[in-house]
Design a binder for this molecule. Structure first.
Ligand code: FAD
Ligand code: NAP
Length: 556
């Protein structure tokens, strides 16, 4: 039974366990959701299929893995003590340190007792009689909860592409998103890596420094900006801490991508050639994602975007000694930034090493994988180990793996078969009392995700407290509000260059997945205001039902 039956359920007989809220996933989203709800007095059970907290940082242990939003910003802000006591070692902390931080948070806030690890949520069905979710886990447990929160992650469903012969390969195969915990020693090995997204761009320089030879199989070149990673000094950490109130406020309220940065005041074509080049040079030297903030129209205007893209293409040509290799590395089929921009340490320079070969697979793809080789264009590239840096079924992949049944037994997968439909990225009509953290239709992956996670968690927690205070039992997005929001998300995306790229934002990396621009691009500050206004107007666009015998108190 629910420890604190603040949102009353029914009496549950037999072996069905009950609580107020079930949270799926124990990454940064699930951990903070648990913390907030528990503080409000709700009983919560978290299920995590992995063996520990950390989510992304538990699974992605490939060489070179680190964040690309600066650690002083890519960290929780909900506890001032936490942000003052934790010392990040580098500008961009490596994966082991971020995982250590997640574990520290779990211990510091005593989260573990309410998390069940190594347990997957397989099925969830809404019972319209009792207004409860009935949840089944991989170990056969049956649970009931008034609310279900999906903190399943946007980049948590690693994707292994269908490549002829892959299962026949006689060497070891690794996916960056499921890296072995004991690490991998590539010394003296010939290694192949498929993919040139962020994961590959981080791991290629590190693997190259270890392997006898590294073959990089590239289909689409990506734009990458140097990280300029470095150890953080005490003074730098202190400067951040002194300014944290403003840095965090700005990231939440004023920014588009939840990163504190100097915002541009003009478009790229408002500057002459020399001034523009100087600005790009300055951003290149500074390093990191904020390169794209050099001007305010880089993702809106093709001609403006071309100036930034050309600058990076020139940099690639300067760094890479062999002109033919440099040409293959220069992206030419999408505007810069419309695929997630990458941040690297020595990526392009790695192609100057004698033990690294770039293999352009764009013309025909990989023909097949043989016992000990990757065959491309009739040539066999002999390898001992293969790394798949082939990404994720992003944003919807982990949600789709759960069999979710809402009103009338309709499944979420059926409803989303033409693309995800949500109101504010938080809820989907027909699926009452089901929340998604950083779901499609919210800024999510277009932002410093910890800021977006905290915003969603706070909104959901406040909403549940509001409902409890008013004796409300059910909340559900109205179809009308959802349709309007989906149209708005698409309209805003269409005003940008983003839809031009075959990106995972568009679902384009998964054969057969509908091409819809999934995140909301209006900016986190604007989005937060919308969410706050919705709540202030009594949860406009959501229908709320009181506990029987009272009736609907619906808003909009
Ligand atoms: P996750 O961390 O993905 O956690 C979700 C958890 O849910 C996982 O542990 C998963 O096992 C679990 N789960 C899923 N389905 C089930 C189920 N059915 N049952 C039980 N458990 C389930 N974002 C940034 O803003 N900045 C960065 O620098 C950055 N770097 C990244 C680097 C990499 C390599 C990757 C892959 C992503 C990066 N991201 C970054 C995005 C990152 O995913 C988010 O920042 C953040 O960690 C997401 O937290 P989350 O809790 O929402 O999801
Ligand atoms: P990704 O960006 O989707 O890249 C996957 C790569 O694999 C692409 O180059 C893709 O080529 C290639 N690929 C996929 N299927 C293929 C096939 N059948 N044959 C040949 N090539 C194939 O995945 P990711 O690199 O794991 O990154 C995903 C996201 O996670 C990032 O965009 C970012 O948001 C986050 N991330 C962040 C960091 C960081 O720096 N902190 C690091 C890693 C990941 P095409 O482009 O041609 O499809």
């Amino acid at each position: 039974m629910s420890a604190v039956s603040s949102i009353p359920g029914k009496n549950h007989a037999g072996s069905v366990e009950a609580c107020d809220v079930i949270v799926v996933g124990a990454g940064f989203a699930g951990m903070y959701m648990l913390h907030r709800l528990r503080k409000l007095g709700f009983s919560v059970k978290v299920f995590e299929q992995g063996g520990d907290v950390g989510g992304t940082w538990y699974w992605n242990r490939y060489p070179g893995a680190r964040c690309d939003v600066e650690s002083m910003q890519y960290s929780y802000s909900f506890s001032d003590e936490l942000q003052r006591e934790w010392d990040w070692s580098e500008r961009y902390a490596p994966q082991p340190e971020i995982l250590k931080y997640a574990r520290h948070v779990a211990d510091r806030f005593n989260l573990r007792p309410d998390i069940t690890f190594n347990t997957r949520v397989d099925r969830a069905e809404f019972d319209e009689n009792s207004n409860h979710w009935e949840v089944t886990t991989s170990d056969g447990r049956q649970l009931r909860a008034a609310f279900l929160v999906l903190a399943t992650g946007c980049l948590s469903n690693a994707r292994v592409p269908e490549i002829k012969g892959l299962s026949e390969f006689k060497g070891k195969v690794y996916h960056t998103g499921h890296w072995p915990h004991e690490g991998v020693d590539f010394t003296d090995q010939r290694v192949g890596i498929i993919g040139t997204g962020s994961s590959a761009i981080q791991s290629v320089p590190v693997i190259a420094s270890q392997a006898r030879h590294l073959f990089v199989f590239q289909r689409t070149p990506n734009f990458s900006i140097p990280a300029r990673n470095a150890a953080l000094t005490d003074e730098e950490r202190e400067a951040f801490r002194r300014n944290y109130p403003e840095i965090r406020r700005f990231a939440r309220e004023d920014s588009r991508n939840a990163i504190y940065a100097e915002l541009p005041d003009r478009g790229a074509l408002d500057d002459g050639e020399n001034a523009r080049r100087a600005k790009y040079e300055e951003r290149w030297e500074k390093g990191g994602l904020t390169f794209m903030l050099a001007y305010n129209n880089l993702l809106l205007d093709q001609a403006a975007n071309d100036t930034a893209a050309n600058f990076v293409r020139e940099k690639i040509a300067e760094i890479v000694a062999d002109p033919a290799t440099a040409r293959i590395l220069q992206p030419d089929n999408h505007p810069i930034g419309t695929k997630r921009i990458c941040v690297d340490t020595n990526y392009y320079a790695t192609f100057n090493r004698p033990n690294v070969t770039l293999v352009n697979i764009r013309p025909h793809g990989i023909e097949e994988i043989r016992d000990h080789a990757v065959r491309v264009g009739g040539n066999d590239y002999e390898i001992d180990a293969l790394v798949l840096a082939t990404g994720f079924d992003a944003m919807t992949g982990s949600v789709a793996k759960i069999d979710i049944l809402g009103r009338g037994g309709a499944t979420l997968n059926q409803k989303w078969s033409d693309g995800p439909k949500t109101y504010l990225g938080l809820m989907s009509a027909g699926f009452p009392n089901l929340f998604i953290i950083t779901g499609p239709g919210s800024p999510s992956v277009l932002s410093n995700m910890i800021v977006s996670i905290e915003q969603h968690v706070d909104w959901i927690a406040d909403c549940l407290a509001f409902m409890r205070g008013r004796g409300l039992e059910v909340i559900e997005a109205t179809r009308q509000a959802e349709e309007k929001w989906v149209a708005h998300v698409n309209d805003v995306a269409e005003t940008t260059l983003y839809p031009q790229a075959n990106s995972w934002y568009m679902g384009a990396n998964i054969p057969g997945k509908p091409r819809i621009f999934m995140p909301y691009i209006g900016g986190v500050g604007v989005y937060r205001k919308i969410c706050d206004e919705v709540a202030a107007k009594g949860y406009e666009g959501f229908a709320m039902t009181a506990r029987e015998p009272e009736r609907v108190v619906a808003t909009s």
